[in-house]
Design a protein around this ligand. Structure first.
Ligand SMILES: C[S@@+](CC[C@H](N)C(=O)[O-])C[C@H]1O[C@@H](n2cnc3c(N)ncnc32)[C@H](O)[C@@H]1O
Length: 434
């Protein structure tokens, strides 16, 4: 008899949303890439809409949802002018710590992920010990227990902080396949980690003609050679990919978005379990680590997040990549208090130059001006879609934001516009008449 998990309301409504899916509105694009979609909205709504075009087509889905930690995650930002008058911006609220509610919210999202996966597709669900056991039973129900491929224990290296019991030092990534076969590149170099120093010292005593240290082992009469510089194959405990804590070697990657995962973690998952050109999705994309990894590795991608700050962070990361075309879509929601922008364009013989003249927004500590401007772009309008041509933004390291663009050579006869984002990730647009 199959094991079944119960949660409040389980029998009252179907697992998958029944309402006909609505379409999000295309608001912006950079270059041409029909599949690289960044969508601002609830992943239930987004996933239902994606089924129309992508059901059974996604090779890898990574989901890093709120862990039900009971915490409100925020980002600490400095004012744009660099003064350290830091303020807190809420990134997302993870206070759904009642286990039944958490499962009830996760179940339809996992069911959607199951539908989106290709026959050889894999789902990676990133949680921690507080949530992973219930989620495992849920996944057994949705995917079938035979589809459980394994559990990865990731050690972010954050140190032990708890005094009342053993500190939780690991996170759990559950992997399920859609069908009986799946993509796994077991020879990929990213699936290697350095041998332990003790092992290197005691076992790798030989050196070949090229100066490579190696170990020779004979098992059942068969000889095996292991090279020290190739490292050993990683298993299910990943201790070699540190998170972005202060002092970590990857701290430079940090966007400041809380719970941002390191690129190396996503690159390992993508290299191991997706093919070049395949479609990868992350429906809780946060700062966009999966999407950036997919872009760098030549995969196509779909990403969504409910938070304006998350979408803004992803957009900035994508614009920082030299060649990352994407489309940004949004589900209509209650109109946020939008910032206001006044920009001007001056046409010269060499091209057009755009300047931000004024900017106002309601910041976390009340109204403010350009110190709350986080990014702005110059683009062309196609209908009401902003087609990005040039952008600049602040980052953790780059605090200064020029308010004048370089001279840009843009196609003639097109409608010119400037778009600005405030520190909360809220956009505003102004058409420019030069
Ligand atoms: C743990 S973070 C993801 C971090 C991400 N992996 C990264 O590397 O930056 C979880 C994200 O899920 C988003 N989220 C929460 N509920 C959501 C929903 N219903 N639909 C879409 N995104 C949601 C949050 O806004 C948050 O950005």
């Amino acid at each position: 008899m199959p094991v079944e998990l119960r949660w409040p309301g389980k029998d009252d409504r179907p697992l998958l949303p029944e309402e006909p899916p609505e379409a999000p509105r295309l608001t912006e694009r950079r270059g041409e890439a029909p599949d690289n979609l960044l969508i601002h909205g609830d992943n239930l709504r987004v996933g239902s809409w994606l089924r129309g075009a992508y059901e059974g087509k996604v090779e890898l889905i990574y989901l890093d949802p709120p862990f039900a930690t009971g915490t409100r995650f925020s980002l600490t930002s400095a004012l744009g002018d660099g003064t350290r008058a830091a303020f807190e911006i809420e990134a997302y609220d993870d206070r759904l710590d009642e286990p039944g509610l958490f499962l009830a919210s996760l179940a339809p999202r996992l069911a959607l992920a199951h539908r989106l996966l290709a026959p050889e597709g894999l789902l990676f669900l990133h949680l921690d010990a507080r949530a992973s056991h219930g989620a495992k039973l849920l996944l057994d129900e949705i995917f079938g227990p035979r589809s459980f491929r394994g559990e990865i224990i990731w050690l972010p290296g954050n140190g032990a902080k708890r005094r009342s019991f053993f500190s939780l030092q690991h996170q759990t990534i559950l992997a399920y396949s859609r069908g009986d076969s799946w993509v796994f590149h077991e020879q990929d170099p990213s699936l290697r980690e350095p041998f332990a120093p003790g092992s290197l010292k005691s076992h790798f005593r030989h050196v070949d003609d090229q100066g490579r240290r190696f170990r020779r082992r004979v098992v059942n009469g068969k000889e095996y050679i292991y090279y020290a510089d190739e490292g050993r194959r990683v298993g299910s405990v990943w201790a070699d990919l540190p998170a972005m804590a202060a002092g970590s070697p990857v701290v430079g990657e940090s966007t400041g978005y809380p719970t941002q995962k390191p690129l190396a973690l996503l690159e390992r998952i993508l290299l191991a379990c997706s093919r070049p050109g395949a479609l990868v999705a992350d429906l809780c994309c946060g700062s966009g680590t999966t999407l950036v990894a997919a872009q760098r590795l030549g995969r196509r991608w779909l990403g969504c997040d409910i938070g304006a700050l998350a979408v803004h962070t992803v957009r900035k990361r994508l614009l920082d990549l030299p060649d990352a075309p994407f489309s940004l879509l949004r589900f209509p929601s209650a109109p946020p208090s939008a910032p206001s922008l006044r920009a001007s364009a001056s046409q010269g013989p060499e091209g057009v130059q755009v300047s931000v003249e004024d900017f106002h927004t309601e910041g976390p500590r009340g109204p403010g001006g350009v110190e709350l401007l986080d990014a702005w772009s110059v683009g062309l309008l196609e209908g009401d879609v902003f087609v990005e041509q040039w952008s600049v933004s602040r980052s953790r390291k780059r605090r200064e934001l020029p308010l004048r663009s370089p001279v840009l050579q843009l196609p003639e006869g097109k409608r010119l516009a400037a778009q600005a984002y405030d520190v909360l990730g809220r956009p505003c647009l102004q058409e420019l008449h030069g």
